[in-house]
Design a protein around this ligand. Structure first.
Ligand code: GLN
Length: 589
């Protein structure tokens, strides 16, 4: 028997960017997986950068790191959180990578005197990569980045157009995700942008089988009928993805809209109804948490940019799901701490009263560069001295080590070589393997590395095993010359690389919950399988809240109603409102 052929779902976007195409793809994946199919997803990015690793978080949002050490688009994070499949280097490629390969082939002489062109050479390379990544899967979801009409996405659209003929029409489905804006002055939803964007798509020779309409609130049948008529799709193939208060509800909404049923019809796949009980449970846990709410302060530099901490905010919410507790995140600008001090800055961000700072735990996320670092160091000191649960991630661990060295080991000049390359007491220094690095792109210590946990440590207790594997993205590490002095003063190195040369986890002896990790646990957390560190951290925050209720924003049992205006809470308001999007689209970036 010949192996089953993979079915492809190509997803394009229309009208504006950031309307949740990635989430739509991830949700499609979740729905098809719940029907028993083996699903993978790819993101094709039409920009010229080889990967997003060198882009500013202001431009690109989070860089998601895979086990095999690729620095990828944040949509891969959505895919991993919604689909069981682990992503790899093959699941995200850019125009830069495609051109790099083709130009490499050309220099080797592979094209034998031919003229190298966008069609067929670039398009062939795009198709080759898609086919390669799809092998062994029933379904391959291919998300084309950007918006239809962008100059840069043309070769990608051409490649996916050709693929329908290559793999057979029964194995290819095009889904277009568009925006149906609500125009307040007219008191109406408008379908015209969708009509235009589908027309653009038709101009590229792509006929969508399904249209996913993003809107602020549910669209009525009349509108769906109109879109169906103008855009040449059946009425039941116009699917409405309206704003919901938490992202894990999207698969359920799309299922109710009949999306997965239409997909299997189109692709001629026979499956039973999807089993969505896991997603229903997650949504229920988020809607009505039994154990109230905790508030966690995230102290960072890019605080206004929640997109750059996507996996982290999601992982905190997963920790909430694990504890049946809602998590409110407040962002504290570390430079504000430098200006006005830890307590006032936290209070200002949390709305805490004079009686308390309004937060139950502190977190310092990963980051780069010196700016705001003193504020982070002060925050770590505050958490240590006031015995507030603390989690430091990557740079966060480094800040905690510097703080400890300065204030507990008497190394008052302790700092990181990242901030001062000639520092006398660089308790954080550059890794040996990083010293010779010349090229910035893809050259950090990246991806999964093993770590051994110390018996009877808090980390060992949380993970429930001795050996773990976590994903990394850093150039600096704890300087082993200072390990003894730090240990003597009470710092515990509870996780080390198997050869014991590299510090991976630190904790404190006399503290209810204080952990720093050199890796990024957030990349491996999913709503169906919350990461033990985040589950433990939220639990510690709950205990802190119960110990000192006045310090927290809300007392136990004070759960906010679903969808309350928690600006900071990504799982609760993950999709920007459509009006925010329009504003974003019309303002220069
Ligand atoms: N800047 C630090 C380093 O390179 C921390 C990196 C991070 O937080 N991801 O080691």
């Amino acid at each position: 028997m010949s192996p089953r052929s993979t079915k492809f779902i190509f997803v394009t976007g229309g009208v504006v960017s950031s309307i949740g195409k990635g989430l739509s793809c991830a949700s499609i994946g979740a729905l098809l997986e719940a029907r028993g199919l083996k699903v993978t997803a790819l993101k094709l990015d039409p920009y010229i950068n080889v990967d997003p690793g060198t882009m500013s978080p202001f431009q690109h949002g989070e860089v998601f790191v895979t086990d095999d050490g690729a620095e990828t688009d944040l949509d891969l994070g959505h895919y991993e959180r919604f689909i069981g499949m682990k992503m790899s280097r093959a699941n995200n490629f850019t125009a830069g990578q495609v051109y790099e390969t083709v130009i490499g082939n050309e220099r080797r002489g592979d094209y034998l005197g031919g003229t190298v062109q966008v069609i067929p050479h670039i398009t062939d390379e795009i198709k080759r990569r898609v086919i390669e990544a799809s092998k062994g899967f029933d379904i391959c979801i291919v998300e084309v980045g950007g918006t239809v009409g962008d100059i840069e996405s043309q070769p990608f659209l051409e490649a996916i157009r050709q693929m329908r003929a290559d793999v057979g029409p029964e194995n290819a489905l095009y889904i277009h995700v568009t925006l149906v804006p609500y125009i307040r002055a007219a008191n109406e939803f408008k379908t015209k942008p969708t009509q235009h964007s589908v027309k653009d798509l038709l101009g590229y020779g792509i006929i969508p089988g399904l249209i996913i309409c993003r809107s602020e609130s549910p669209l009525d049948d009349k509108l769906k009928k109109k879109i169906s008529l103008f855009c040449n799709v059946k009425e039941n193939c116009v699917v409405n993805a309206y704003d919901v208060s938490n992202i894990y509800e999207v698969p359920l909404v799309l299922n109710r809209e009949g999306l997965d049923e239409r997909i299997v019809e189109h692709l001629n796949i026979w499956t039973g109804a999807p089993n969505l009980s896991a997603w229903q449970k997650i949504v229920d846990a988020i809607r009505s948490p039994r154990h109230g709410i905790v508030t966690i302060a995230m102290v960072g530099k890019y605080v206004e940019l929640t997109e750059s901490y996507k996996s982290l905010t999601e992982a905190l919410h997963h920790g909430g799901i694990a504890n049946d507790c809602d998590v409110r995140i407040v962002y504290v600008d570390s430079e504000e701490i430098e200006r006005i001090g830890v307590e006032p800055a936290i209070r200002q961000a949390s709305g805490g009263s004079a009686a308390g700072i309004g937060v139950d735990a502190l977190l310092i996320p990963g980051g780069f560069g010196c700016r705001g670092s003193e504020g982070k160091i002060s925050a770590a000191q505050y958490a240590r001295e006031k015995r507030i649960p603390f989690l430091g991630i990557c740079l966060g661990l480094q800040m905690a080590v510097i703080e400890f060295a300065r204030n507990k080991s008497g190394i008052t000049a302790a700092t990181s070589a990242e901030f001062d390359p000639n520092a006398k007491h660089a308790v954080i220094h550059i890794m040996e393997t990083q010293k010779s690095v010349q090229r910035k792109g893809g050259s950090m210590r990246l991806g999964a590395y093993p770590c051994s946990l110390k018996k009877s440590s808090l980390a060992r207790k949380l993970y429930g095993k001795d050996e773990i594997s976590e994903r990394h993205r850093h150039r600096f590490e704890v300087n082993n010359d200072y390990r003894e002095a730090l240990e003597k003063a009470g710092l515990i190195f509870s996780g080390l690389s198997p050869d014991k040369k590299l510090v991976e986890v630190i904790e404190l002896k006399d503290h209810p919950w204080f952990i720093g990790v050199q890796f990024h646990p957030e990349f491996k957390s999913t709503p169906r399988s919350p990461h033990p560190l985040f589950a433990g951290f939220v639990r510690a925050a709950m205990e802190q809240r119960n110990r000192a209720p006045s310090a927290g924003a809300a007392a136990p049992g004070d759960a906010q109603p679903n969808g309350s205006a928690e600006k900071s809470s990504s799982a609760r308001s993950p999709q920007m409102s459509i009006n925010d999007l329009l504003e974003k689209a019309s303002s220069p970036t």
